[in-house]
Write a protein that binds this ligand. Sequence first.
Ligand code: C5P
Length: 300
Amino acid sequence: MSPSITVRVPAKVNIHLAVHAARPDGFHDLSNVFLAVGLYDEVTASLSDSLRVSCSGPEAQHTPLGCDNLAHRAAARLAAHHDIKPAVHLHLSKHIPVAGGMAGGSADAAGALLACDTLWETSTSSADLLALCAQLGSDVPFSMAGGAALGTGRGDRLAPLEVNGTFRWVLAVADAGLSTPAVYQEFDRLDDGPRTADPAIPRALLDALRGGDAAALADSLRNDLQAAALSLNPMLGATLLAGTEAGALEGLVCGSGPTTAFLAADSASAMSIAGALLKSGTCRTVHVVEGPVAGATVIG
Ligand code: C5P
């Protein structure tokens, strides 16, 4: 057994998030196109007498370390699955914003599952790992899988999508996070009647991904949660305006927010959008990233 295993897991942006009617269990059926982007958390698992979580890095400050931490829950669940003791110390190197709409907690859960499975040599099948991911949260299967995928159901039933080329994004991180349940509640409150529950993804979006065409992708972006996120944090309107005025092809809120994502035509444009966003004073920090990238990966 190795003394420690490190797994790297990406953040995601949602490039098409269609939210359908609320279900009796409180979740909403989604047509959710995920793209994994190159902003990563790292999860290091080391043998220990008991299960504990520690954290460092630029986003460590707001990360809960107890049983509420998704990585903690992931390790406990994998151990229960194999009927073994969850004897592990998980260290999170946090770069994905907490409560930012970028699946940071989900990334840590996927990372913990893969790191513990490797450390404990439990050889969990891919199907069982994905089932455990779905039990932990709607976005966790995608954090494990990475790339680009359509998520249906709660967003946890994945079908991979073909992408040729790479898209460049600027991520603007807001001062304070938003709670995902609160954003879905606000979505329900703002909802003005029955919506057509068309699960189909527009052909133009699929063609833009296949063709690696950023301008066409910009025309196809959709996030049904954006109005709810803006209602809870109206400052995001100023961030969106600053990014589009700086030359972004399009900007949108990432998932339930409040991080905003700006699609850039090329690397030079991404750098200048990032500079303008920082200067605008409408966000805490920015990241220039590319996607799609691979999902959870053992790196050491
Ligand atoms: O699955 P996850 O734990 O990430 O979901 C967090 C919350 O987001 C849920 O409790 C629910 O309020 C909301 N949600 C939803 N529909 C989804 C996914 C999440 O209503 N498809």
